[in-house]
Design a protein around this ligand. Structure first.
Ligand SMILES: Nc1ncnc2c1ncn2[C@@H]1O[C@H](COP(=O)(O)OP(=O)(O)OP(=O)(O)O)[C@@H](O)[C@H]1O
Ligand SMILES: [Mg+2]
Length: 323
C-alpha cells in the first residue's frame, strides 16, 4: 500500500518526506529536504506569483507536480494548468480532470481570460461577501477556493522577441497572455489567486521583471549562468546558494526562497507521474464519500474544507494521508 512517502536523495542526506496537503493557514507547502535534512518548505501565504526556472530536465515539472498535488489534497484549491510544452508531462493532470490546456495559444488565452474575469469578480465581491478584501484574512473554513494557475514553459508566449509565429495576430495574442498573467500576479494576492510560471529559458524576456518582481516565491533549479539564476531569483547577496553549482546529475536540486526572505539549497522529492495520477483519481473517486471535494468544475464557487474524517477512510487512507 502506498504510504505517501516520497524519496529525495540529497548530496549528503537520503531522506524521506511525507507529502502533506498544503496548509491553508500558514501557506506552507513541503517540497523536499534542505541540505541539513530538514523539510524544504515554500510558502505562498499572501503571495500571488511563483517563478520556477531551470534548464531542461532539471526537475521543474516534476517539482510542480508535487506542489499541485499538495494543493489539491488540501481540498480548498482549484488548479488550472496550461502546458506550453504540449507534451505528455501534464497528461496525469488532464486525465485527472483538472482544468487543463495544451500549447494551443487560443485555448491558453481563453483560460487566462476566464481566470482574469473571475479575479475581477472576486476582487469586487470579497468585501461584501466575507467582510474583508483579503482572501488570506478570511477564516480558512469559509474561504472560496484558492485559484491556482500554472503556466509550464511560459516562454512560449512571454518571450515576445523569440516567437515561433511572427504574424501580427499571434503577437497580439501572446502580448495579451503576458498582460493577463502580469495582472493576475499584480492583483491576485488579495483575491486568493496564485500564478506559477515555469520556464526552461529564464531570461529577462521570458520572465519580464514587472511580472517576476511581483512573484514573492521563487524556485531556481539547475541553471548554467549567473544571469539565468538572476532572472529567476533576482539579485542575491554574496554567499547565497548558487543554482549554477547544482550538478546535472542532481535532478530536483534547487535554490528556493523561504518565508524569511532568505534562500536555501534543497532537493525536491520525487514522485512518478503515474503515482500522482493515482492519488488524484483516488481522491476524486472518494469525493462522493466525503463532503469536501476538489472542485475543478466551473459550477459552484464554494469548496468546503477537507473533513478531518478523511484519515479514517478505508479506501484513501493509504494514499492520501501523509502524516
Ligand atoms: N526530484 C527529483 N529527484 C529525482 N529525479 C528527478 C527529480 N525531478 C525530476 N527528476 C527526473 O528528471 C526528469 C526530468 O524532470 P522534469 O520533467 O521535471 O524536468 P523539467 O525541468 O521540467 O524539463 P523540461 O524543461 O524539459 O520540461 C524526470 O523525468 C525524472 O526522471
Ligand atoms: Mg518540464
Amino acid at each position: 500500500m502506498n504510504t505517501g512517502i516520497l524519496s529525495s536523495r540529497h548530496k549528503r542526506h537520503t531522506a524521506e518526506i511525507r507529502l502533506r496537503p498544503f496548509d491553508p493557514i500558514t501557506g506552507d507547502i513541503v517540497v523536499g529536504v534542505l541540505e541539513d535534512g530538514r523539510p524544504a518548505v515554500i510558502n505562498v501565504s499572501n503571495q500571488s506569483g511563483v517563478v520556477v526556472g531551470g534548464v531542461p530536465g532539471s526537475g521543474k515539472t516534476v517539482g510542480m507536480m508535487l506542489i499541485v498535488l499538495s494543493l489539491l489534497l488540501s481540498g480548498i484549491t482549484r488548479v488550472h494548468v496550461i502546458d506550453g510544452k504540449g507534451g505528455a508531462d501534464w497528461r496525469w493532470a488532464s486525465t485527472s480532470g483538472l482544468d487543463y490546456s495544451t500549447d494551443d495559444t487560443d485555448a491558453a488565452l481563453s483560460m487566462l481570460k476566464r481566470m482574469h474575469l473571475k479575479l475581477r469578480e472576486r476582487l469586487t465581491s470579497l468585501p461584501d461577501e466575507y467582510g474583508t478584501s483579503n482572501w488570506w484574512n478570511i477564516h480558512s473554513r469559509q474561504r472560496p477556493p484558492l485559484e491556482v494557475i500554472v503556466i509550464d514553459e511560459c516562454q512560449l508566449w512571454f518571450d515576445l522577441r523569440h516567437l515561433t509565429d511572427l504574424s501580427k495576430e499571434h503577437k497580439e495574442k501572446c502580448s495579451t497572455i503576458l498582460s493577463l498573467a502580469t495582472d493576475l500576479v499584480r492583483r491576485g494576492r488579495s483575491a486568493g489567486f496564485i500564478l506559477f510560471v515555469l520556464t526552461q529559458k529564464p531570461t529577462a524576456d521570458s520572465l519580464p521583471t514587472n511580472l517576476r518582481d511581483n512573484c514573492g516565491t521563487r524556485i531556481c533549479f539547475r541553471v548554467l549562468t549567473a544571469e539565468a539564476g538572476r532572472a529567476v531569483l533576482g539579485d542575491l547577496p554574496t554567499g547565497a546558494p548558487d543554482p549554477t553549482t547544482i550538478p546535472a546529475s542532481r535532478r530536483g536540486g534547487a535554490v528556493i526562497t523561504t518565508d524569511s526572505g532568505m534562500t536555501s539549497m534543497c532537493r525536491f522529492a520525487y514522485m512518478p507521474e503515474g503515482e500522482a495520477e493515482r492519488l488524484i483519481c483516488m481522491y476524486r473517486t472518494d469525493a462522493s464519500k466525503h463532503t469536501a471535494v476538489i472542485n475543478n468544475c466551473e459550477t459552484g464557487d464554494t469548496v468546503q474544507q477537507a473533513p478531518s474524517t478523511r484519515s479514517t477512510c478505508a479506501k484513501c487512507q493509504g494514499g492520501l494521508f501523509f502524516r
